[in-house]
Design a binder for this molecule. Structure first.
Ligand SMILES: [Zn+2]
Ligand SMILES: [Zn+2]
Length: 374
């Protein structure tokens, strides 16, 4: 059975746009996961949102008003469950015992909603951080312009299916342990639609849609992250019989950056400092996504310390402001000293009383390391 989207919002069939909006707002306010921690509320909120979507999109609402389900584009839409081929669902058995009428059936529409589509969009870090507009090319199904979805050759019309006399289903009597059982299944000639197209449109072969390659501009907001999806409503595939198009989802794939790694709204990078610069302090010129920045390294900076450049990260997608850029400092110990350098360092070590240092962490324990240096 198709979902009663009006009922989900507590409305009667044919409610006005205004009533739909009001009912949705009232329910969403009570059920939104941010305000209602009840686990059942989340599910109900999704149901309500779906119903709102179905009833505010004119194409989708048309399907609802015709007794269909705009979100159901699989086989058997609108039917009470055909239960597979031949002898099948419970409905068939009920029909057999109660003379039919337990489920409502009939020809289903040729026109069905199109499927959603998903495409991946590779972006560089500066594009996800600052936003961009990209043209994407998709292979999709579009409305056949020759028959505008009808599927018939020019000047011809569909005719009633002779196999099922337009009912869209055929019945067969089978013997089973229950005695004779009448099995109902979709008509194989017309695929359950009750109509056949004697002269299909030469362009689409009767499907009402054709394959086409389209280029669509996608606006990527600043601050998107890897794995996020942007929905382009109505840019999915057109449905069979020219049914309303599904949505196109664009999934963001962020390419790794040479210098920066991203953690949500924060960026991280690593700089290597000579030991002397770390000890004496210096000013570094750092290439950030915003251009060059001067970074002060205080005298005595330790390896592993982190400097924070405020608001040089990625913008927050659903709020104002930006994350930070975290600069991880690594101090490099010099190797391959020449004779003079070594002499200077030894003098320094002796001045600082560091020519026989105690191992940190071993102090006072008389452990292996302190003994080695005695
Ligand atoms: Zn056509
Ligand atoms: Zn038929």
């Amino acid at each position: 059975m198709a979902t009663d989207y009006y009922g989900v919002l507590g409305l009667a069939r044919g409610a006005s746009d205004n009533e739909i909006k009001k009912a949705y707002r009232r329910l969403a306010r009570d059920l939104h996961p941010d305000v209602n921690p009840d686990p059942g509320a989340k599910e109900r909120f999704q149901e309500v949102s779906r119903a709102y979507q179905a009833l505010t999109d004119p194409e989708k609402r048309r399907i609802v008003d015709l007794g269909g389900d705009p979100f159901d584009n699989g086989a058997g839409a609108g039917a009470g469950g055909f239960g597979g081929a031949g002898f099948g669902g419970l409905g068939d058995i009920m029909d057999a015992f109660f003379g039919g009428g337990a489920t409502t059936r009939g020809p289903r529409s040729r026109v069905r909603a199109g499927g959603d589509a998903l495409i991946r969009l590779d972006l560089d870090l500066d594009e996800t951080v600052f936003g961009t507009t990209k043209d994407i090319t998709v292979d999709t199904a579009v409305l056949c312009d020759s028959c505008t979805g009808a599927g018939t050759a020019p000047g011809t019309h569909p005719t009633t299916c002779v196999t099922c006399s337009g009912r869209g289903e055929v019945q067969s009597v089978q013997r089973s342990f229950l005695g004779q059982v009448v099995a109902t299944r979709p008509c194989p000639t017309c695929a359950g639609t009750g109509q056949v197209i004697p002269e299909p449109c030469p362009k689409c072969g009767g499907d009402g849609r054709v394959r086409a390659r389209r280029t669509i501009p996608v606006k990527v907001p600043a601050g998107v992250e890897d794995g996020m999806r942007i929905r382009l409503t109505g840019h999915g595939e057109v449905g069979p019989g020219g049914g309303p198009a599904g949505d196109l989802y664009v999934e963001i794939a962020e390419r790794p950056h040479d210098v920066f790694t991203r953690d949500g709204e924060d960026l991280h990078c690593r700089v290597t400092l000579p030991m002397t610069a770390a000890a004496l302090g210096t000013t570094l010129t750092l290439d950030t996504l915003d251009g060059q920045e001067e970074v002060d390294i205080r005298p005595g900076t330790q390896s592993g310390s982190v400097l924070t450049l405020r608001a040089k990260g990625a913008p927050r997608l659903r709020a104002t402001g930006r994350g930070n850029l975290m600069v991880h400092v690594e101090v490099e110990t010099p190797t391959r000293l020449d004779a003079e350098q070594e002499k200077l360092l030894r003098e320094l070590a002796s001045l600082r009383g560091e020519d026989r240092p105690a191992a940190a962490g071993a102090e006072g324990h008389g452990g292996l390391f302190s003994r080695l240096f005695k």
